[in-house]
Ligand binder design. Structure first.
Ligand code: URA
Length: 221
């Protein structure tokens, strides 16, 4: 089974949402930006749902019975503050019974000046339910160097234990970020809406979409 799923490999409505997210004109509409992130989250969550473990269930309808599958164990959704919140919303709508873990972290000021190699992550908050035996879906819209998602996973696993299955979700991923994640977390499956070729000097994804947190919440100081 492939360890990487890329939503944009097929022409679908996902491309329409990606153009809304990336367009320097359309992303001025914050509500559209949020909605597009959330819709891509919903689509990625549906694709990912095909890889979860189900149990058979017999449903009694008013007129008879029918066999279906039910998800016996809700996943844990891991959110990296703050940019992941709109994307998380799409996952939360798909998995309303999920638990949620949070990680607060940021790039150390100036550390990205040397590009991806220099990026250092500072963490300030981690809260999680127990993860052992569970499925963790770790959500971050922009997978650039990959360091923030790997750091977030390690913090969650240190506190909550090792999950049974790990899924990493991003909207736009740089190829080198995916390679870093695959090397550091070889058991993880990655789910991305699109892959971009490069990072710039400040370790931002090119062409990317800019700063996902600022676009969703306003420019930080
Ligand atoms: N975070 C963002 O918001 N954008 C990038 O391109 C990289 C990290």
């Amino acid at each position: 089974m492939s360890k990487l799923f890329v939503l944009s490999e097929q022409a679908s409505i996902a491309h329409h949402y990606l153009t809304d997210l990336r367009s320097v004109e359309r992303q001025k509409d914050r509500r559209l930006f949020w909605d597009s992130m959330e819709r891509l989250g919903f689509l990625l969550a549906y694709e990912l749902s095909k890889q979860l473990n189900y149990e058979q269930a017999t449903v009694k309808t008013p007129l008879g019975t029918k066999e279906h599958y039910r998800l016996p164990d809700a996943p844990v959704l891991g959110v990296i503050l703050r940019a992941a919140i709109p994307l998380y919303e799409g996952f939360r709508r798909m998995f309303p019974e999920a638990d949620t873990a949070f990680v607060g972290e940021y790039r150390k000021e100036g550390s990205e000046a040397g590009g991806a190699e220099g990026v250092e992550i500072e963490q300030f908050y981690t809260t999680t339910p127990a993860l052992e035996g569970r499925t963790l879906i770790l959500i971050d819209p922009m997978l650039a160097s990959g360091k923030s998602i790997v750091t977030a996973y390690r913090a969650l696993a240190a506190k909550g234990g090792e999950p049974q299955a790990l899924h990493i979700v991003s909207v736009i991923a740089a190829r080198q970020g995916i390679e870093y994640v695959q090397q550091q977390l070889p058991s993880a499956r990655c789910w991305v809406a699109d892959i971009d070729p490069a990072l710039n000097q400040k370790a931002y994804i090119v062409p990317g979409l800019g700063d996902a947190g600022d676009l969703a919440f306003g420019e930080k100081l």
